[in-house]
Design a protein around this ligand. Structure first.
Ligand SMILES: Cc1cc2nc3c(=O)[nH]c(=O)nc-3n(C[C@H](O)[C@H](O)[C@H](O)COP(=O)(O)O)c2cc1C
Length: 357
């Protein structure tokens, strides 16, 4: 089917990769004379939905978070109205790296499979599955890539995305993202663990160090409105999706993923958890290897982890008022090391608002 009259892309992007990918696709569609609407979904109140007479092709672009689509996109797709068109496509940006001359791909997990399934339940057929390995923004795990490496990854990915756009816009199907399905399915338990627990823990590892001058940019720019001012310092709520926009864009380089603090939280959680389990097992006389206890223990464990991290984070937030704590947190954060680069998206692309051509 190649008689689309318009292209609608809904995207979410922490650091610009999914945004520029959407714009490359829209650019190709524009060359073919299609009306293009590219929208960032965090401004939900302004979302424009296509009319049937516009004969739209609809696409969704988003980063991969914890081997899954970014939660904000999953929620958007789950609430997306059915019946607006027949065919849709999906593009997930992943953690691209480069080792000498070798481009290293990220891992999708269920980032394409799950949204495609939800859309299929709504009557949409996915004709394009495309992972794109743009520079990794996962700065708590590794320093940002060097500018030269970022440039070469961009050159490669732009070609890939434009080729993908041309294929789907001329009615071809692209199933590139399904080639790794066996590996992706093996990763699905980790994707589930990240979705129900890991991301909440991560949201409690961000802290503003003493460079913070309260400019408020992180609060204003957060796509999920998850940063608020508590006292005089930014405070990350559980709704934070660790998209890395704040950490990478802070003009003062004041935001840290506090590794030392997170490790301390984890040690305390593990110790408390063990005591709670021993208490429950002894009090209720439970056989620890029965299946229902194993399942219950997982639920208690995840709930306990989120609760303990939240309480400790609140305490740490106030304790950061003490100079000694502030310095301790900063000097146990790998992201504070001078060589720990942030990820800066290269091109000065359009702003985050709707663009219609
Ligand atoms: C919390 C978090 C989790 C991530 N998980 C994955 C992952 O499972 N697989 C992967 O390939 N990349 C992963 N990444 C890397 C991003 O998906 C990747 O850098 C992406 O290109 C960022 O796109 P954006 O700039 O549009 O946000 C993760 C990044 C973050 C911050």
């Amino acid at each position: 089917m190649d008689n689309w009259k318009s292209l609608y892309i809904y995207f979410i992007s922490g650091t610009g990769n999914a945004r520029i990918s959407s714009e490359w696709i829209a650019d190709e569609a524009g060359k073919k004379g299609l009306k293009t609407v590219v929208q960032q979904i965090d401004r939900l109140e302004n979302i424009v939905i296509p009319r049937a007479d516009e004969k739209p092709l609809i696409g969704f672009a988003f980063p991969t978070h914890g081997f899954n689509a970014a939660p904000i996109m999953l929620r958007f797709i789950a609430g997306f109205p059915p019946g607006l068109c027949k065919e849709v496509f999906l593009l997930n940006t992943r953690a691209g790296m480069k080792l000498y001359k070798l481009f290293m791909p990220g891992l999708s997990g269920v980032a394409l499979l799950l949204p495609a399934f939800i859309l299929w339940l709504k009557g949409y057929k996915c004709i394009g599955f495309r992972p794109v390995d743009l520079p990794s923004n996962w700065i708590p795990l590794h320093p940002g890539l060097k500018k030269k490496v970022i440039e070469s990854i961009f050159i490669r990915c732009e070609k890939i995305v434009r080729k993908f756009a041309n294929k789907i816009l001329t009615g071809k199907k692209v199933y590139k993202g399904l080639e790794s399905t066996p590996v992706d399915l093996l990763l699905s338990p980790i994707a589930l663990g990240y979705y129900v627990g890991g991301r909440f823990f991560l949201s409690k590892t961000f802290i503003a160090n003493y460079n913070c001058n309260n400019c408020g940019l992180c609060i204003k720019e957060c796509p999920t409105s998850s940063i608020k001012l508590v006292g005089t310092r930014p405070y990350w709520k559980l709704t934070c999706e660790s998209c890395m926009r704040c950490l990478n864009h802070c003009p003062q380089r004041a935001i840290e993923a506090a590794h030392g603090m997170a490790t301390a939280f984890w040690i305390i959680f593990t110790a408390v958890n063990a005591q709670v389990f021993i208490f429950i097992i002894n009090t209720l006389n439970i056989q620890p290897d029965v299946w229902w206890w194993k399942l219950t223990a997982q639920v208690i464990g995840i709930g306990g982890m989120i609760l303990i991290a939240t309480v400790l984070y609140r305490i740490m937030h106030y304790a950061m008022g003490l100079k000694a704590v502030k310095y301790l947190v900063r000097f146990t954060s790998l992201t504070a090391l001078p060589f720990w680069r942030r990820y800066r998206f290269l091109k000065n692309s359009k702003n985050h608002s709707t663009s219609v051509k």
